[in-house]
Structures are given as structure tokens and as C-alpha cells.
Design a protein around this ligand. Structure first.
Ligand code: GAP
Length: 507
């Protein structure tokens, strides 16, 4: 999806705004881009940094039971053998023999539209993460003649390859529509391979990490031996991860390079169920606290048959994106699986000696694992609002506003002189500097009509706009405009930084 595609759907409007205002760009755009890779522009990088800072602050700095880590992206390949990634980190892939397109088999939906008597009206194949969205996408993709027949109501029969198709359910290619041209699914390993060493031939094969978690498990012993942590405790890490996704899609949602925020929380096996419930709820509330307050945020417990063989429980924190309900973060009780695997493969002791019970055992681990890019996308979707604001003459005008939580907004406060004379710019610059000195992200702008300056900040998600005007020259007060309510309050100019800090702290 590119800015050019903006056709008025919520997702396309958001993509266009992110491009126009410098939140997110296509990677290598000047060379036509590269599928599955994205660059964060001046506003986007601040948003992402704020998400990571909020996570680090809430998860590591404010807790006595957590420590941080920053492991290397490239690790000894034995790590990925022990973790099971070399053998099993695969997605099923199908190819179209006609157009040579390549798709994730478990995401290709063939939707057959049937009339009231079960007779076929039309069939379409689409690639989608969500069965409901698949039906909507197939209906939208159908030619106009078929769409007209669908208006009077229809049934559907939907299947994905591998789901026991009947004889009449021949596959359709989602790209070219060719009938029965998809190959049988094959396993495709998602890890990016590279070589370490001077020449490619002699260099050892290595992998770009597909998750940050294994760096934590591989350092479990180091952390235990060098700190005074006692069970239960967690190790947290934020970092890049890479997956050669078969078909990256839905904007930044499924990328080939992304960032993860992962916690491995080690505990006594008998306490694992309790800690699992604790982290599942705590992580859900973290998103609520940062502004995902709508019913679009959901918590979904996995059914027993969805669990990986080593997991005892798992829940997804999901968000209803415009393209479907999809996972933001997973929380899993991974038992002692990972540490035991590394203990066996490396020969290093991964046990913990419990001073209280005098027992030695391999701890269980609870893993809340989230994506920075998916969190950023959910925050952007939730924040993206179209409403009305009065212009200079008081007439309501449509406006686009990003209602980002103040902790996440790329700019916390913008400072404007009403006009570029009478000493107003100097006073405004002084306030701007004072905000910066207080550690706040401030932006100074003196160009253009004041209404337009407000609009630009609304689109950037800036929660507070501080304006120096004629009255400032008389009584040293300024106005503070609230982005969401549009209320203007007069405060002492000298208190501007303190005021913004109090608002951020919710005081
Ligand atoms: N260590 C467990 C693990 O990596 P995962 O469910 O595969 O679990 C965790 O990934 C999180 O990483 C996801 O919930 C998602 O937020 C993010 N993530 C995974 N694959 C991604 C991709 N291709 N693009 C963007 N984010 C991704």
C-alpha cells in the first residue's frame, strides 16, 4: 500500500498521513522500495523511541524484579539449533504454477459465494490474516457483475489449503486467479542466513535473529552469576528481529525487519500459573494505559489445541486493525523448555538453587513478547481521528488529529509567537528552551497563520500548543491549547514546563 493508493478507506488515509507527515516511509523508496522493510521518519522515530522508553521505564526501571539486556543480533548458530528454529521455524508456502506468485499457504482463503439454494455465484482467492476480512476482501475483489448478485445476500464456503478441500474446491491463485495452479504446501524457513568471516565460501553460516528471546536464555547463567537476582525475576530486552516472511503485508504489521520488546520472567514451576495470569493482565493494561482504550483491544486465550507442544498456556493481546483482528503481543507459559534445551545442547548448567527450599531446578519462564512496530501501528490507528475545529472566524472546519497519548506523542509541546514582532518570538524561544531544559520534546514554529500551525501539530499528535500573544506582553501569561478538547487555558509563562510535566504525570 502506498500513499498514492489513498482512496478514502481508514487504512489508506492513515498510510497517506504517515507518509505526508514523516511518520513512516517505504524503505529505499527512491529505488522503488523493498517489500517488507520500512523506515521511520522524523515523527515516526520519536513515536517509536517513546514506545520503547515507556516500556523500558515501566518494565525495567520501575521494578525491583527486572533487569535489562542487549544481546548481539548474530549469535552462535548452535543457539538456533537448540531452540528449534533451524529445524522448525517454518511457514507453509505455496507457489502458483501459472503466475509464479508465492503465498503463505495457511493465509490463502478461497471464498465461494453461494446463492440461497447453494448454487455457486462466484469464487475468489485472497491472502488474509483473518477469515472475516478474507470474505470482505473477496467480495470487494469480485467483478462488478458478480458483486451486483452478492447485494441480494449470499452464503459463503471458505477454505484454506490443507483444510480438506472437496473435489469442487479446487484452489484459486490469489494473484492471477488461475484454477488449480497452486502447488502443494512446502515448508519455508523464515530465518535470514548470512555468513560470518572474510570470504563467503569459507565463512560460517549464521542467522539474523528471528526473536530476541534466545539472547536472553543464552545469557540466563551470566545474569544469575553477575547480579543478585532471586526468583521470581525477569530479563527484558528490546531489539531488532528479522524474519523472511513469505508475503509481508498490511503496512508495517508483517515486516521482514522489526523490533521486539520481550520479557523472560523466570519463576518456580509451582508459581508459573499465577505469574502467567499476572503478566497476561499487566501487559494488557499497559496498552490501555497508553491509550488503546477502545473495544478494539482484546485479550484472547489460546485453546489447548493451539498451544505449542512446550507451552502450558498462551494468550494473544489483539487489536482490531482496519485489515482485521491481529496479534500485538503474545504471553506464554513456556515451562522449562528453553533453558532445558540450552542446558542439554551447551552442557552449561541452567539450574537455580533455591535457598529457601534448598532445591535445585530449571526455572519455568513466562514470556510476554510484543512488537514495537505493531504497537506503533495500533497506537497510530487508535489515535487517527477526523473531527471538526473552528477556524479563525469561528466556523467549524474538518481536521485530522492524531490523539496519541502524551507519553508517546513525538512532540510534547509546540511553542508559537502569535506574530513575528513585538518581541513575541524572543519570549516564545525562551519558553521553548525552558521546555527542552526540562527534558521535554518541544517544537518552535513562527511560520504561517496560527490556525495552520495548530493544524500541523494536530496531525503530528502534539498534545499541547503554547502561544505567546499580546496579553503575554502585559501580564507574562501564555495560552495552552489542549489538542483533544481544544480548550485554551492561560498560565504563567514561567510555569510552562512545570504545567506540561504535571499534565504528563496526570496531575
Ligand atoms: N519469542 C516469542 C516470539 O517471538 P512471536 O509471536 O513470533 O513470538 C512476538 O513474536 C511479537 O513480535 C508479535 O506479537 C509481534 O508483535 C512481533 N512480530 C512477530 N513477527 C513480526 C513481523 N513479521 N512483523 C512485525 N512484528 C512482528
Amino acid at each position: 500500500m502506498t500513499a498514492k493508493d489513498a482512496d478514502g478507506s481508514p487504512m489508506d488515509k492513515l498510510v497517506a498521513l504517515c507518509r505526508r507527515r514523516g511518520f513512516i516511509f517505504q524503505s529505499s523508496e527512491i529505488y522503488g522500495g523493498i517489500n517488507g522493510f520500512w523506515d521511520y521518519g522524523p515523527l515516526g522515530v520519536e513515536l517509536k523511541r517513546n514506545i520503547k522508553a515507556a516500556w523500558w521505564e515501566d518494565i525495567v526501571r520501575r521494578r525491583d524484579d527486572m533487569v535489562g539486556l542487549d544481546a548481539a543480533i548474530i549469535m552462535n548458530p548452535k543457539v538456533w539449533e537448540a531452540s528449534g528454529h533451524v529445524g522448525g521455524f517454518t511457514d507453509p508456502m505455496v507457489d502458483c504454477k501459472s503466475c509464479k506468485g508465492r503465498f503463505r499457504a495457511d493465509r490463502v482463503y478461497t471464498v465461494r459465494f453461494l446463492d440461497g439454494s447453494g448454487r455457486p455465484i462466484h469464487a475468489e482467492a485472497v491472502e488474509s490474516d483473518d477469515p472475516e476480512q478474507a470474505v470482505a476482501a473477496a467480495a470487494a475483489k469480485a467483478p462488478s457483475k458478480a458483486r451486483r448478485r452478492l447485494k441480494t445476500g449470499y452464503d459463503t464456503r471458505v477454505y484454506t489449503p490443507g483444510q480438506e478441500p472437496t473435489a469442487e474446491d479446487q484452489s484459486l491463485c490469489p494473484a492471477c486467479g488461475a484454477l488449480d495452479a497452486l502447488t502443494a504446501p512446502r515448508k519455508f524457513n523464515l530465518m535470514f542466513r548470512t555468513t560470518v568471516g572474510a570470504s563467503e565460501e569459507s565463512g560460517a553460516v549464521a542467522y539474523l535473529r528471528p526473536e530476541t528471546a534466545q539472547g536472553i536464555f543464552a545469557n540466563f547463567r551470566n545474569v544469575l552469576d553477575t547480579t543478585r537476582v532471586k526468583l521470581p525475576f525477569g530479563i527484558a530486552q528490546i531489539g531488532k528481529a528479522f524474519r523472511n516472511e513469505i508475503n509481508p503485508r498490511n503496512y508495517t504489521f508483517r515486516s521482514r525487519e522489526f523490533e521486539q520488546m520481550e520479557i523472560e520472567y523466570f519463576c518456580r514451576p509451582a508459581e508459573a500459573d499465577e505469574w502467567y495470569a499476572y503478566w497476561r493482565d499487566a501487559r494488557f493494561q499497559w496498552y490501555v494505559g497508553l491509550g488503546l482504550t477502545s473495544e478494539k483491544l482484546r485479550l484472547r486465550d489460546h485453546a489447548d489445541d493451539e498451544l505449542a507442544h512446550y507451552a502450558r498456556a498462551c494468550a494473544d493481546i489483539e487489536y482490531a486493525f482496519p485489515f482485521g483482528v491481529s496479534e500485538l503481543e503474545g504471553v506464554a507459559n513456556r515451562t522449562d523448555f528453553d533453558l532445558t534445551q540450552h542446558q542439554e545442547a551447551s552442557g552449561r548448567d541452567m539450574t537455580y538453587f533455591d535457598e529457601e527450599t534448598k532445591e535445585r531446578f530449571v526455572p519455568y519462564v513466562i514470556e510476554p513478547s510484543g512488537g514495537v512496530d505493531r504497537a506503533a501501528l495500533a497506537f497510530l490507528c487508535e489515535a487517527h481521528t477526523e473531527d471538526e475545529a473552528p477556524d479563525e472566524k469561528g466556523n467549524p472546519q474538518p481536521r485530522t488529529v492524531m490523539k496519541l497519548h502524551p507519553r508517546l506523542a513525538p512532540v510534547t509541546a509546540a511553542v508559537f509567537p502569535l506574530v513575528k514582532k513585538q518581541g513575541m518570538p524572543e519570549i516564545a524561544r525562551g519558553i521553548h528552551e525552558a521546555l527542552r531544559d526540562a527534558g521535554l520534546a518541544s517544537f518552535y514554529d513562527e511560520k504561517g497563520a496560527i490556525g495552520r500551525r495548530y493544524r500541523r501539530q494536530d496531525e503530528a499528535g502534539t498534545p499541547f500548543c503554547i502561544t505567546v500573544d499580546g496579553q503575554t506582553l502585559e501580564d507574562k501569561t501564555v495560552t495552552v491549547r489542549d489538542r483533544d478538547s481544544l480548550r485554551q487555558e492561560r498560565i504563567d509563562a514561567a510555569r510552562a514546563a512545570e504545567y506540561v510535566r504535571d499534565q504528563l504525570a496526570g496531575r
